[in-house]
Every structure is written in structure tokens, then in C-alpha cells.
Design a protein around this ligand. Structure first.
Ligand code: MTE
Length: 321
């Protein structure tokens, strides 16, 4: 379960999916062949998405540079990633999100970026497509104690934030999901304060691991996974990784997320994956890996401790949960 550099090893499944992207670009280099030959671990090639009537995927691969880091664990299958979802705007039933979200329109789409910035800008899908895409293979650890390993395609959020130039008063980033109760039946459930809101500190948002994702397995995101653009913050519980983003604001005060408003004693602002701090109703020490249902130990900061622990120096992580 140790994280390793892609220059040292490239598991076959990751190589194969990467090769799919490169084939789309007409590039399969000699060096990628050599990396594949070194692969020690393989997952079935059925992990690679294919177009099928049951699970149609957009045909054009996204042009992405290979992930700078990989994980020596099998990737979760495309089938599982796209059919076991949390997206409360549609339903709380994970296995029905895909069918309910199937026809949700994700184009045209705009993301308004503003607040404490020098250059506010409204991005449309064409603007978003100008950011250069990278593959990022990350663990996703849900607060409900299940997890996946997902090959995202996206770009660092920092690249977009640099364009709008946050002012020195900006301390937090507030994200908002689309509000459309007619097309998202779950938003008619009054228990939650819609729209879905999430937030990060500016330094968390600027961290290189934090991405805006537009694809999975080299294919554009499907609605159930948060198309057209969603956040991915791999060292935090999955609920921080907000889907279907339409607004990003730089603000001076800590935003109140939908989950903080719904159950403040259970869900805090930080939500860093931490096996030592239990949820009030269950332990966070281990997790169930979707796909093979294996049980695995949860890692501090979801395995990204080396990269992010310094962001929380001197903080009591049990208090700042
Ligand atoms: N974003 C929105 N807008 N609505 C949601 O209900 N669920 C969150 C997060 N982002 C959610 C959301 C939770 S709890 C998790 S675990 C992840 O999305 C799941 O992402 P996935 O369905 O792509 O695996």
C-alpha cells in the first residue's frame, strides 16, 4: 500500500489505460513500453472502459499527460466508479444515481469565478478545455468508510485560481454546485440546505494534489461523477470533492458547507482522512474497497501525509475534524 513513483513502476492496468489515451493521440512511446515491461501488478484488462450499450462512454479520449504518481493497488473498474455514487441532488441511493442522472444536461455550462480576486471571470466549457489535462491516479475515501482507486483526468485548481488573481484578503475558497430542482429531484428534499456548498483554505486549494476533474479513465466525466467539472481533494473525505460546480468564490471567512450545516457534530470543515479520529457513529480505522469488497487499513491523510501534513502543523486534528 505504499505510494511509488511512476518512474519506478507502472502497473499494467494503468499502463494499458494510459496507452489508450496515447493511442488516441497517436503516441505510444518506447519509454512507455519499457515501463509496462517493468509492471509488477496487473488488474484485468476489463477495467478499461469500452463503449457498450449498457454503459455508453463518450468515444473521444481526453488528451492527458501521465500521472506523476501511481498507487500499487488495482484501479477500481470503470463500471464500479460510474455505478456506485454519492450525488444527493439525485438520490441517496448510490446504485440509482447513474440512471437518474443519465439525461442531466452538462453542456452548455458556465463556472463563475469571483469574490476577492482582481480578475473575476466566467468560464465556459471551451475556456476549461484550454487547461492542459493530466492523469491523476488517486484513492477516494468516502466518510462512510468505502473507497476506490480512480484514474482521474483534470488539472490543478491552482492554475485556474492564478488566472483570477486572489487578493491578499482571500483566505478561503467557496464552491457551489448547480441548483436545478426540476432536473435534480433530490434538491426537493428540504432536509438539506441546497445548493451543495464546499470550501477549502486557500493553501489547500493551491496545493498541487487538488484538481478540477473533467474525466475518468481518459473519458469525459459522466453526470453521476459530477460532469462537467468537479473538485478532487484526495487527502480529504470524498464529500469535500464537490460535483457539478457552477460557482467558485474567494472569500475571507470560512464557508459553511452543506454537511456542516446539516450535522455540525459529525462533519467539520477540514474533513481530512484520519484513521485515529472516529466519526461519532463509526470507526474510520479501516475501509471497504469497492470492487472486491476487501477491507484495508485507512491511511493518515488517505496516504498523502508526506505531501500535505505540513498544512496542518500545530493544529489539533481531533478538534479541527
Ligand atoms: N457533490 C455534490 N454536489 N453532491 C453530493 O452529494 N457527494 C460527495 C462528493 N461530491 C456529493 C458531491 C460524496 S459524499 C462523495 S463520497 C463523492 O462525491 C463521491 O464521488 P463519486 O460518486 O464520483 O465516487
Amino acid at each position: 500500500m505504499e505510494k511509488i513513483k511512476s518512474s519506478e513502476i507502472t502497473p499494467e492496468s494503468q499502463y494499458l489505460s494510459r496507452r489508450e489515451f496515447l493511442k488516441g493521440l497517436g503516441i505510444v512511446s518506447a519509454s512507455s513500453m519499457i515501463l509496462a515491461a517493468c509492471g509488477a501488478q496487473s488488474a484485468s484488462s476489463t477495467d478499461i472502459p469500452t463503449d457498450s450499450p449498457a454503459n455508453p462512454v463518450n468515444s473521444s479520449p481526453l488528451p492527458a499527460t501521465p500521472s506523476p504518481t501511481v498507487i500499487d493497488e488495482p484501479l477500481t473498474s470503470y463500471e464500479a466508479i460510474t455505478n456506485y455514487n454519492n450525488y444527493y441532488e439525485f438520490t441517496t441511493d448510490k446504485e440509482r444515481v447513474a440512471s437518474l442522472a443519465k439525461d442531466f444536461p452538462t453542456s452548455p455550462w458556465q463556472i463563475e469565478v469571483g469574490g476577492l480576486v482582481n480578475k473575476p471571470k466566467t468560464y465556459d466549457l471551451d475556456d476549461i478545455s484550454k487547461f492542459s489535462l493530466q492523469e491523476r491516479i488517486y484513492r477516494l475515501r468516502c466518510v462512510e468508510a468505502w473507497s476506490m482507486v480512480i484514474p482521474w483526468v483534470g488539472f490543478p485548481l491552482s492554475e485556474l485560481l492564478k488566472e483570477v488573481e486572489p487578493t491578499s484578503d482571500a483566505k478561503y475558497v467557496r464552491f457551489e454546485t448547480i441548483y436545478d430542482p426540476e432536473k435534480m429531484p433530490g434538491q426537493k428534499v428540504q432536509w438539506y440546505q441546497w445548493p451543495y456548498i464546499e470550501g477549502l483554505r486557500v493553501d489547500e486549494a493551491m496545493h498541487d494534489l487538488t484538481i478540477l476533474a473533467t474525466g475518468i479513465y481518459g473519458k469525459p466525466l459522466l453526470p453521476q461523477n459530477g460532469a462537467p467539472v468537479r473538485l478532487v481533494v484526495p487527502w480529504k473525505y470524498g464529500f469535500k470533492s464537490i460535483k457539478g460546480i457552477v460557482k467558485i468564490d474567494l472569500v475571507s471567512e470560512m464557508p459553511t458547507s452543506l454537511w456542516m450545516a446539516a450535522a455540525p457534530n459529525e462533519y467539520g470543515f477540514y474533513a481530512n482522512v484520519n484513521p485515529e479520529v472516529s466519526h461519532p457513529r463509526w470507526s474510520q480505522a479501516s475501509e471497504r474497497r469497492i470492487g472486491d469488497n476487501s477491507r484495508t487499513q485507512t491511511l493518515m491523510f488517505n496516504g498523502y501525509e508526506e505531501e500535505v501534513a505540513h498544512l496542518y502543523d500545530g493544529m489539533d486534528l481531533a478538534v479541527n475534524y
